[in-house]
Design a protein around this ligand. Structure first.
Ligand code: F6R
Ligand code: MG
Ligand code: MG
Length: 368
């Protein structure tokens, strides 16, 4: 008999927070936990963990229903509706923000919440790391995923582990034209970098091991602002990475965040700033609504049970990354409304450009 596949689903949304866009309220977390607990009792879920990163609620769920399953997505939708009701009752800020529809229809696609899912046969030991970010967009994963799965200076296993030496295949999505392409590394490396170096448009969605085709990583690539056709908040992406035994070691996966990189987001989703690696308890984006945070929670799967979490970035080994990120934040903030701190005009999510351009249109003269 074929072994049973387990699915890990992370479904996340911002459905209100306090104070301003800083943190989901504990009563909201209580509400979603109650809903998921009930689903576990009824046997729909094997296990769950509710994480809170900034103003986002991240539902980490394991089950046997497969990816993109209606019952699981509906459960997450109902949980977010419950949290929205709490947010409305407490008059929290932006209650219901990411729920773009009044009703659920089939799966989360286009409805607002972000989704990353992996379905696989659990190995004899299955370590996974879940990354969750606030105040940035899904392109934030491009650089670290490239380092983890393609850069021998980060991941020595690519060079000296015979089980990793065949490299990995990256599935990259074009979020503007809604297309996807697979790059097989190392041979397609230079071609891939042409695209993923522009993370506002091209995002890594899945990564597979060339050795056996196993899926090693998945991200959420939903772009709320494009879906809604107007600004309603950054997507605040999540990412799942399986580790060890022919996949990158946990330490190789975390190493990619030791050098903070610049990501789009921060205040009004319209600035570049450093991605600050923090413990879950430190994930409240305060200064200039940021800087963008990333939390890394580790779990061992045990027949679908989530053994953990291990809050990796709570470790002192990331103190220097934090110091450097905060220095970068100081430097960039001094640029104020100027690029490259502020995003370019075509990337801005809040813009007064059409209004100001309309007001001044008669004052523009042709250059002779
Ligand atoms: C960024 C974010 C915040 C808000 C900002 C203004 O993703 O959520 O920086 O954009 O606080 O919020 P509003 O327009 O709701 O006053
Ligand atoms: Mg918010
Ligand atoms: Mg958020």
């Amino acid at each position: 008999m074929a072994e049973r596949e387990v699915t890990i689903s992370i479904i996340k949304a911002d459905v209100g927070s306090f104070v301003g866009h800083v943190q989901a309220h504990p009563d909201m977390l209580q509400a979603v936990k109650a809903r998921l607990h009930q689903a576990k009792e009824q046997g729909l879920l094997i296990d769950f963990y509710v994480a809170n990163v900034g103003d986002d609620i991240d539902l980490i769920m394991t089950h046997y229903q497969g990816s993109n399953n209606e019952s699981i997505h509906k459960l997450a939708w109902d949980a977010f509706m419950d949290a929205t009701a709490v947010a409305r009752e407490l008059k929290l800020y932006a209650a219901g923000q990411d729920l773009l529809s009044d009703s659920f229809s089939g799966n989360m696609k286009g409805l607002g919440p972000g989704v990353a899912e992996l379905t696989f046969v659990e190995r004899p030991s299955e370590p996974i790391v879940i990354f969750m970010a606030d105040k940035t967009d899904p392109g934030a994963w491009n650089l670290p995923l490239y380092k983890i799965f393609a850069d021998p200076f980060n991941t020595i296993g690519l060079v000296i582990d015979p089980k990793m030496h065949d490299g990995f295949t990256f599935e990259v999505h074009d979020l503007i034209d809604h297309k996807k392409i697979h790059f097989t590394l190392p041979q397609d490396l230079y071609d891939m970098l042409v695209f993923i170096g522009s993370p506002s448009r091209y995002c890594i969605k899945h990564i597979y091991a060339n050795r056996n085709g196993e899926m090693a990583a998945a991200t959420s690539t939903d772009r709320l602002n494009i879906m809604a056709g107007r600004y309603i908040g950054k997507d605040d992406p999540v990412c799942i990475v399986r580790c060890q035994s022919g996949l990158p070691a946990v330490g190789e996966v975390l190493e990619a965040f030791a050098e903070p990189h610049l990501v789009a987001g921060w205040m009004r989703g319209s600035h570049y700033g450093p991605l600050l690696p923090v413990a879950e308890k430190d994930s409240r984006p305060t200064r200039f609504d940021g800087p963008a945070r990333v939390v890394a929670l580790g779990f061992q799967l045990c027949h679908g049970r989530l053994i953990g979490p291990q809050d990796f970035f709570a470790d002192v080994a990331f103190d220097r990354a934090r110091e450097k990120a905060l220095e970068l934040a100081d430097y960039l903030r001094r640029l104020g409304p100027f690029e490259p701190h502020r995003l370019s005009l075509d990337q801005l999510e809040y813009t007064t450009l059409p209004l100001v351009a309309e007001k001044l249109k008669d004052r523009f003269e042709d250059l002779k």
